[in-house]
Design a protein around this ligand. Structure first.
Ligand code: GCO
Length: 467
């Protein structure tokens, strides 16, 4: 009996030591970052004269009449409960009619004092059928780019922002490795068209959001819940990115072009910093959705661990396949342990933080953390998206002010940041959330297509003018 008690004591002691050790290591490696009011300040001198100030949009969310891509098909399909896949049964439809109204929208960017614009081109419009190129669609983007250049706005072009042609999906999309070359071919064609007038190219927007929506949560097309496939598609997207990068670099003009990928970083945190279970969930999600991509770009090795899924691959030329690191930042996500996986993955919103209209709070400190993290890629950083859904426009100004404070602080400390793109110029089709989420500096009336400047936008305008 005595021996048993002794063993039990030793065992308990060992568990206690392991617990304390793990909690210490975790807390040190990812400390809680919380700033006081007075920490939020913008030092305007840190922003160089050629700093890019802009807004970001994506073709399907603003152009209108995209009737030939995976999202159009998705918007017009029903889920297993026979309901629309999109909030309020919204359809992208005419969106912000940016396809026709881009000249006046460029004027708006100028009114706000901007000097850059990030947009995406719609593959399904340029190549409506496999191998058939629509010259008129290419001409449209020439007109857009020419107008931007004439207005003194640096164009930044994204090749893939969630949408792809229906014919590409019919072939299996990025689920099939052999389809990657079709995307590379398209990007090559576009690059050769625009090499003389566009310097900045984003290959793929948020590959992690694409797989989370499409293959984990199932609220983006193709609406699957298959983590194994998610990990495989993510690898194919990273491989596609790599090949686009390497192809462009080998083309005339390619060496001077700036080509990068856009990585979203949500900061994943435990609800209770002394709860090993909460840490486990936060770290598991972080490994699968942040670290897998960042490590691939740094090393060419791919590890996707999302228990029970475990995928390891290598594609060595992925290492260093970028001239800049595009960073999209919105917030942090807090996890609470549960044995039920779906429950464990539900995000929590800290009570003491300001709520946005999305399922997350306002957490500007996280932008600073995300910048530090993506800086490990060793390339100049461009904040390719940052913005807030704020229907009542009562926190937009503060959001911009505080997030730019985080950028300013990072730059003061020497982080190399070349630009900041607010998401978004005007309200637009927010994917599964439809038109309910209002991210715009301009409010959009989808019926009249009227745009009206929101008060919160003036904060950004003033900051830009201050520089
Ligand atoms: C994304 C996309 C954008 C979104 C924006 C707001 O992050 O999903 O890049 O298309 O509209 O992030 O949620």
């Amino acid at each position: 009996m005595k021996v048993l008690i002794k063993i039990l004591k030793i065992l308990l002691f060992a568990i206690l030591l392991i617990y304390i050790g793990a909690i210490l290591v975790w807390n040190f490696s990812q400390p809680a970052v919380k700033w006081k009011k007075e920490d939020f300040k913008i030092v305007s001198e840190v922003f160089p004269e050629d700093f890019m100030w802009g807004t970001a949009t994506a073709a399907h969310q603003v152009e209108g009449n995209n009737t030939n891509n995976n999202w159009y098909a998705w918007e017009h399909s029903l889920n297993e409960d026979n309901e629309s896949t999109i909030h309020n049964n919204d359809k992208s439809g005419k969106a912000a009619d940016h396809w026709n109204r881009y000249p006046e929208d460029i004027q708006r960017m100028q009114d706000l004092g901007m000097n850059a614009y990030r947009f995406s081109i719609e593959w399904s419009k340029i190549e409506p059928e496999q191998g058939i190129i629509d010259r008129a669609a290419i001409q449209h983007y020439h007109d857009l780019v020419d107008s931007l250049n004439a207005a003194g706005l640096t164009p930044m072009m994204t090749f893939h922002h969630f949408t792809q042609p229906i014919w590409f999906d019919d072939l299996g999309g990025f689920e099939k490795e052999e389809n990657i070359s079709l995307f590379v071919k398209f990007c090559r064609l576009v690059f050769e068209e625009f090499v003389d007038k566009v310097d900045y190219y984003c290959t793929i927007n948020e590959p992690n959001v694409f797989i989370t929506g499409g293959y984990v949560r199932g609220d983006f097309p193709p609406g699957k819940k298959d983590p194994q496939l998610a990990g495989e598609v993510l690898f194919n997207l990273l491989k596609a990115h790599t090949l686009v990068y390497r192809t462009i670099k080998a083309l005339p003009g390619g060496r001077d072009a700036k080509v990068g990928i856009v990585k979203d970083i949500f900061v994943f945190e435990p609800r209770n910093r002394f709860h090993p279970g909460d840490w486990l969930v936060a770290r598991t999600v972080d490994k699968a959705f942040n670290e897998s991509t960042l490590a691939f770009l740094k090393t060419g090795y791919y590890n996707f661990e999302f228990p029970p899924v475990s995928i390891s691959k290598e594609y060595r030329i992925g290492k260093g396949s970028y001239d800049f690191a595009g960073l999209n930042y919105y917030s942090h996500i807090i996890f609470d342990f549960s044995f039920d996986q779906e429950k464990a993955l539900e995000p929590h919103m800290p009570e003491d933080e300001i709520k946005t209209d999305m399922e997350y709070t306002m957490y500007p400190e996280g932008l600073y953390t995300a910048i530090k993290r993506i800086a490990s890629l060793g390339a100049p950083i461009i904040i390719t998206e940052n913005g807030v859904a704020d229907r009542d426009d009562d926190i937009r100004g503060l959001y911009i002010q505080e997030h730019l404070s985080a950028v300013s602080k990072a730059m003061e400390e020497g982080y190399d940041i070349d630009g900041y793109f607010y998401w978004s110029l005007m309200d637009n089709f927010e994917w599964a959330e439809g038109y309910d989420m209002k991210f715009g500096l301009y409010a959009l009336d989808t019926l009249s297509q009227e745009r009206s400047l929101r008060k919160g936008a003036l904060t950004l305008k003033n900051i830009i003018q201050g520089n």
